[in-house]
Write a protein that binds this ligand. Structure first.
Ligand SMILES: CC(C)(COP(=O)(O)OP(=O)(O)OC[C@H]1O[C@@H](n2cnc3c(N)ncnc32)[C@H](O)[C@@H]1OP(=O)(O)O)[C@@H](O)C(=O)NCCC(=O)NCCS
Length: 153
């Protein structure tokens, strides 16, 4: 069991260079169906002001190692985690868990109620393990083929 996690920070994606850096991040080939590309997510964010796209950066190097996007979903006025990805070259090192923990701490201070909800593909065992081990519970709902999981903070 891993006991130490790399420190990460969540940073805005503001410049063209940062957008390009974000769009260059890729998941593993077998994970492509689990998540939209970062380019698609940034397009969505540009059209949906309730979304906040954030870069996951390793503190020790400053390198962008992943991407996430949360939103105050206008449909239910609840806080959702729409995307979380770690670049294929940086997976398995604790960045995903570290990013999720930083995000949960950050969202506690924002409006949108105490819960954080997400959808995950049933076959996405890695992500399901991660979310479950951080306290997300399956609600029993299925949305667009994805299992809904919710963290009560
Ligand atoms: C899910 C994802 C973000 C995890 O990021 P990561 O940095 O590789 O994960 P971590 O190294 O922090 O591992 C955290 C936990 O995730 C789970 N996990 C990650 N990869 C796993 C795998 N291949 N098999 C089983 N469990 C896995 C484990 O529970 C792990 O904890 P452990 O190392 O203590 O066993 C990453 O695999 C990813 O980007 N996947 C593709 C995109 C995606 O599916 N996003 C989620 C959409 S809902």
């Amino acid at each position: 069991m891993r006991t130490l996690y790399p420190a990460v920070l969540l940073a805005p994606i503001s410049t063209r260079d940062e957008e390009a850096e974000c769009c260059a991040l890729q998941v593993r080939d077998e994970q492509i169906d689990f998540i939209a590309s970062n380019a698609e997510s940034l397009e969505e964010a540009a059209e949906c002001p309730w979304c906040e796209p954030l870069a996951v950066r390793a503190v020790h190097s400053g390198e962008m190692v992943g991407f996430l996007m949360h939103a105050l979903d206008p449909d239910d006025n609840g806080r959702w985690l729409y995307r979380l990805m770690i670049d294929r070259h940086h997976q398995g090192l604790g960045y995903g868990r570290a990013a999720l923990r930083v995000l949960v701490a950050y969202l506690r201070d924002l409006s949108g109620g105490p819960d954080i909800t997400l959808g995950v593909a049933p076959e996405n065992i890695g992500a399901r393990n991660l979310y479950a081990s951080e306290g997300f519970l399956e609600t029993g709902e299925v949305l667009d083929g994805e299992l809904v999981m919710r963290l009560r903070t």
